[in-house]
Design a protein around this ligand. Structure first.
Ligand code: FES
Length: 372
């Protein structure tokens, strides 16, 4: 949909029964392409390192692209999951040893590919014939960080993998939360849902806020390198993310004062830092945009108080409970992709929604959000 057409169609879609963008409808091809192309030059987490054992091929999807992951000759490799011959999935094949080097072999006719994506063996090739130079599949940049495999679909990532300084810091305990299935939403909506704080009293009543105190905090928002930073001070009911609940006398506490500092590693990672008298609690979310309407979430939670390992399961349950409260709300949002400001489909409200508006403003500058 062109911008000109949508200026008319957007508000109608939101306020009338005229067919604008129906709830079940996919975004326009332009909007999806803008999202996919705009998100390409960044590192995206695709799989936990532990889920890629030696000798195994694993298929993942990133921005609508099928990728086969493998450990070849000791290094993680990411190749396009379509054989150059007749486009069968390489991930259905196996890892073979060829002249002392591991290769990915297609299950269909046995063509085999090295870490650089070049075909190294065609079993049917006549003797004396060379393997065509264009017998190759795309090979993508890969790195590992924070227990995850990260892939960038472009040769030059625009930003580094965002920092998570508490990871691996022995003064913190970190628990990792693995979701059973991807979320039915876009990664951008996942990040916004985690950045949004004015929903706390409504969705997390009694945990992160109370409905009789709905006023938004005074947000300070700024850009810092590759990060959008948000800071504000609030009071919340005591909970595991602000208080050592194993300590004596916590049941006497009504409210806890804390400072949030949220770092959005543009455009797909967020780190919420909560500082209170108890210490620091960090919520970290790295999202993998499988497609415009499916996101795999990788969560981790770090704390520097109540450090006993036996307490980890309590923190895991708490985190899972809060995430379960958010999930159906975020999955219900339409359109799947964040509609640009010009469409007027959504009605962000200043100053309460300022952090979300600043995030969206940056996404629009990056070309990630541009159509409906
Ligand atoms: Fe892969 Fe033929 S399709 S070898």
């Amino acid at each position: 949909m062109t911008q000109h057409a949508a200026v008319t169609a957007g508000p109608e879609a939101a306020t009338s029964s005229k067919p604008g963008l129906r709830e079940a409808e996919a975004p326009s091809a332009e909007a999806i392409n803008a999202f996919y192309n705009g998100m390409m030059p960044y590192w995206h987490p695709v799989l936990a390192e532990a889920d890629l054992p030696d000798g195994k091929l694993v298929r993942v999807e990133l921005l609508g692209v099928g990728i086969v992951l493998a450990r070849l000759n000791g290094a993680v490799v990411a190749l396009r999951d379509l054989c150059r011959h007749f486009q069968a999935r390489l991930s259905l094949g196996e890892i073979i040893d060829l002249d002392g080097l591991q290769q990915v072999m297609c299950p269909y006719h046995g063509w085999s590919y090295g870490a650089d994506g070049q075909c190294k063996r065609i079993p049917q090739l006549l003797e004396g014939r060379k393997i065509p130079s264009n017998a190759r599949v795309d090979s993508y940049k890969v790195t590992t960080r924070y227990g995850l495999i990260w892939v960038c679909l472009q040769d030059e990532p625009k930003f580094d993998v965002p920092d998570y300084p508490e990871w691996g810091d022995s003064s913190f305990r970190t628990v990792v939360m693995k979701e059973n299935e991807p979320s039915k939403t876009s990664s951008i909506r996942m990040i916004m849902g985690t950045l949004d704080d004015t929903h706390f009293p409504w969705v997390h009543q009694g945990i992160l806020g109370n409905r009789d105190e709905p006023a938004a905090p005074d947000h300070r928002v700024w850009r810092e390198g590759q990060y959008l930073v948000l800071q504000y001070d609030v009071e919340q009911p005591p909970n595991l993310a602000t208080t050592d609940m194993s300590a004596a006398g916590v049941d006497q506490i009504e409210k806890i004062a804390l400072r949030y500092t949220d770092y959005v590693g543009m455009p797909n990672v967020i780190r919420l830092v909560k500082d209170s008298a108890a210490g620091r609690y960090v919520v970290w979310l790295a999202t993998c945009p499988n497609s415009y309407n499916q996101t795999t979430n990788f969560w981790a939670f770090s704390r520097n108080y109540d450090m006993s390992p036996e307490r980890d399961s309590t923190y895991e349950e708490f985190s899972a409970h809060v995430r379960t409260q958010d999930k159906p709300i975020i999955e219900s949002q339409r359109p799947w992709l964040l509609p640009p400001f010009w469409s007027q489909i959504e009605l962000p409200l200043g100053p309460a929604d300022k952090p979300l508006m600043e995030f969206q403003r940056w996404l629009e500058e990056l070309g990630i959000v541009s159509g409906i």
